[in-house]
Design a protein. Structure first.
Lengths: 179, 572
């Protein structure tokens, strides 16, 4: 019943927005030796509840371990593996790229093709912003690296299940309001 | 305003609301306001002053394991709190309900490396079920309420509440909350999914060679009676984990001892050969299973545990049943058919007889060997009518092999963490919780010395604890590994011991040493007859090792067996 192959899984966790919660999550990942590729956390629609998307690599059984161990943390309200769900996934990157007189036009053209945006201009550099699935972000970065990337920051993947409000979302809201 | 309470008062009044009768602690700067407030109460919680905070944590643990109630320890900031961590880790590994209260530097010094400041919340994250840092008095009462609730419900565990000193001194209106708000806490208090129970029953009914592995979860859920009903109804042999000892009477005809690294050979053969294993309240750790991939290779495994993260953590499970052991057994019992398994039970009996041939006690020797001491203790305690608190090492394994526990909560020992030095302080906690019980410490000479400073606590509280040191002059179990895996190179294992009799006497505890086999029983009797604590230094044969032994990473059938005694080799 269980897939033995190692693959990337996308997980969403809903957590109480309290000091130290991220520390608990990070501590768990570290001490249980889980292979986490990215992690993004911020406010959810519910005050006091933050929402984390993280990407982990492993078998289905590894993922069940991560899920159940994480769920044991008192401040973690719920967790969902959305790898097999219809889901939209996005990442945002800011890239400071060299763009002198000779290369500026070419960089701008790539920005256009990738539907990225220039958000800051300096004499020899541009800061460009790209939002999209990670593979598109990655290929954009690869192309920009030919011009010389001076600085870069990426948010990591965030994800949301398509369609009406998910059952998990309803469970989370019930847990928060009834407990 | 007379109804304003200080943070210190809130601690004590909340503990009293939780029914706490005794706490184990040691004061210091950051927790002092709470200690001062303790004196405001006419009938306060009884405070046991310990000698070292590690002792406080093991005492709270021993109290909790002996009684099933939440054990409480208290310490000051910095080193006081870090000294608790060994005990927290011990309790966490063995699912023991505990609340630790620690003082922290005041808010004004937090994060500034103040005197005796340590990040106790950060340090204790991996060794607690949950923890709190309280920097505002309005959060204090609810944190204590939640701490007790979390510690004792679901899979129990230790919870730490770290409180800034100025919070202890501040005042507020106090009301102990009736309920907790914990939206993320899922203790699995309900009965398991009925479909999973039905699947389990079907497997058990179809089994030709079924086996129960009973763990401490049965004791936590108080499901010993139901476990026995299941075993007797379907004639299923019952093995236990080390911490499961006492969940099924060791003298019962269906009892087949405990399995694993130093489990009896016949128990390991039965675990490896069964076709359906019903593991209940046991987390199937590496010391029980041997190599994970080679464990019970022909068995369909039913795993009953209240903690979903235990399912498939180490062993591939066929039928997970997530729930409390008692609720699960109650659902399961009517669905299990009355059966007998004569061929299977006969096979196990045959294995067992072969084990008896190799038993160390059937090998003739005039020497005082540790298993003999344990056997005499069992006889002297009216065949097991006592609580044994064992330390960690060879003596712990012999105790578990030769003391036949028939009662729940009659063996307290550090299983998962393997914490040397556990026994003496844990016995103090156990005796505080069960004052009328005969309590024995069984400790090696190495482990005993790690926490023997608590002998002063024994005397201070006038506790009639009996102490048996199994003294072989070595860190015995480590020495055994050197014998087996390191070509007998005894690096760092011979001990330079004090005179334990004089040591005990320095504390005012009468003591004798025993060097001869024929004196062992009388010495135990003498200790029992003495009205108060008593210490016996059993100077046992040095080089006896524990058998069988499964090397780490090997299958449980791949045992190093005790050699056959002379004269029996031919039949083997």
């Amino acid at each position: 019943m269980s897939d033995q192959s190692i693959k990337r899984h996308t997980m969403i966790a809903w957590m109480e927005d309290k000091p130290g919660v991220l520390n608990r999550v990070a501590s768990l990942f570290r001490r249980r030796n889980y292979n986490i590729e990215s992690l993004a956390v911020g406010h959810s629609e519910t005050p006091g509840i933050s929402r984390m998307t993280f990407v982990a690599k492993g078998t289905d059984r590894d993922m069940r371990q991560i899920q159940t161990q994480l769920d044991k943390l008192i401040n973690v309200i719920d967790i969902q593996d959305v790898t097999y769900e219809p889901v939209v996934m996005r990442e945002l990157a800011l890239i400071k790229v060299k763009a002198s007189n000779g290369s500026r036009a070419e960089v701008m053209q790539l920005v256009d093709i990738y539907r990225a945006r220039v958000i800051d201009v300096d004499l020899d550099t541009l800061i460009v912003q790209i939002v999209g699935p990670e593979d598109r972000v990655a290929s954009f970065i690869k192309l920009l690296s030919n011009f010389g990337i001076e600085e870069m920051t990426r948010t990591g993947r965030i994800a949301m299940v398509r369609g009406p409000k998910s059952e998990k979302q309803i469970e989370v809201e019930e847990a928060v309001s009834s407990s | 305003m007379s109804d304003l309470k200080t943070g210190g008062q809130i601690i004590w009044e909340s503990l009293m609301k939780e029914g706490v009768e005794v706490v184990f602690g040691l004061p210091g700067g950051a927790i002092l306001p709470a200690y001062d407030d303790l004196m405001k109460y006419e009938y306060p919680v009884h405070h046991v002053l310990v000698t070292h905070e590690q002792g406080a944590s093991h005492m709270a643990d021993g109290y909790a394991r002996a009684t099933g109630r939440v054990g409480v320890c208290i310490a000051t900031s910095g080193p006081g709190a870090t000294n608790l961590t060994t005990g927290l880790g011990t309790a966490y590994m063995d699912s023991v309900p505990m609340v630790a209260i620690t003082g922290q530097v005041p808010n004004s010094l937090l994060g500034r490396d103040g005197f005796q400041e340590a990040d106790v919340q950060g340090i204790s994250i991996p060794v607690t079920k949950h923890n709190y840092l309280i920097t505002d008095i309005k959060d204090l009462a609810s944190a204590i309420k939640e701490a007790f609730y979390i510690a004792r419900t679901g899979r129990p565990g230790p919870v730490l509440v770290d409180i800034a000193k100025d919070v202890l001194q501040a005042t507020t209106e106090y009301e102990y909350p009736e309920t907790v708000y914990l939206p993320g806490y899922k203790p699995n208090l309900n009965a398991p999914d009925p479909a999973s129970v039905t699947r389990a029953a079907k497997l058990l009914n179809e089994a030709k060679k079924p086996l129960i592995v009973s763990g401490q979860g049965v004791s936590i859920a108080k499901a010993e009676k139901e476990l026995r009903e299941l075993a007797e109804k379907a004639n299923i042999p019952v093995a236990t984990s080390l911490l499961g000892i006492g969940t099924f009477p060791a003298t019962h005809p269906l009892a087949i001892a405990w399995g694993g690294m130093h489990g009896e050979a016949y128990t390991n053969y039965a675990m490896q050969d069964c076709d359906v294993m019903f593991a209940v309240g046991a987390r199937l750790d590496d010391r029980l299973t041997g190599a994970f991939d080679l464990f019970a290779p022909n068995a369909k495994i039913i795993h009953v545990d209240i903690d979903p993260s235990e399912m498939g953590k180490n062993i591939t499970i066929d039928t997970p049943v997530i729930g409390d052991a008692l609720l699960t057994l109650r659902e399961l019992l009517p669905q299990v058919e009355t059966t007998e398994h004569p061929a299977w039970l006969a096979q196990i009996r045959e294995w067992k007889e072969e084990t008896t041939d190799r038993d160390i006690l059937t090998q003739e020797t005039d020497e005082l060997v540790a298993p003999y001491v344990i056997q005499q203790m069992w006889h002297a305690t009216n065949e097991g009518d006592a609580v044994i608190v064992s330390d960690v090492g060879q003596h712990q394994m012999w105790e578990a092999q030769y003391f036949y526990h028939t009662k729940p909560r009659s063996l307290l020992t550090s299983g998962g963490a393997g914490t040397m030095g556990y026994a003496l302080p844990a016995a103090i906690g156990a005796q505080m919780g069960r004052p009328d019980e005969e309590i024995w410490v069984v400790a090696g000479d190495g482990g005993f010395q790690m926490t023997m400073v608590e002998l002063s606590t024994v005397m201070q509280e006038r506790l009639p604890i009996k102490i048996a040191i199994i003294n072989n002059g070595f860190l015995g179990m480590v020495r055994q590994w050197q014998d087996v895996f390191y070509n007998k190179r005894h690096s760092g294992t011979p001990l330079y011991n004090p005179d334990f009799v004089k040591l005990a006497e320095a504390y005012g505890i009468p003591a004798i040493s025993v060097t001869k086999k024929e004196d062992a029983y009388a010495a135990i009797k003498k200790a029992q007859e003495h009205d108060g604590p008593f210490l016996i230094d059993f100077q046992v044969e040095e080089f006896t090792n524990v058998y069988p032994m499964v090397a780490p990473g090997k299958s449980n059938v791949d045992m190093i067996r005790r050699p056959m005694p002379a004269g029996l080799e031919d039949e083997a």
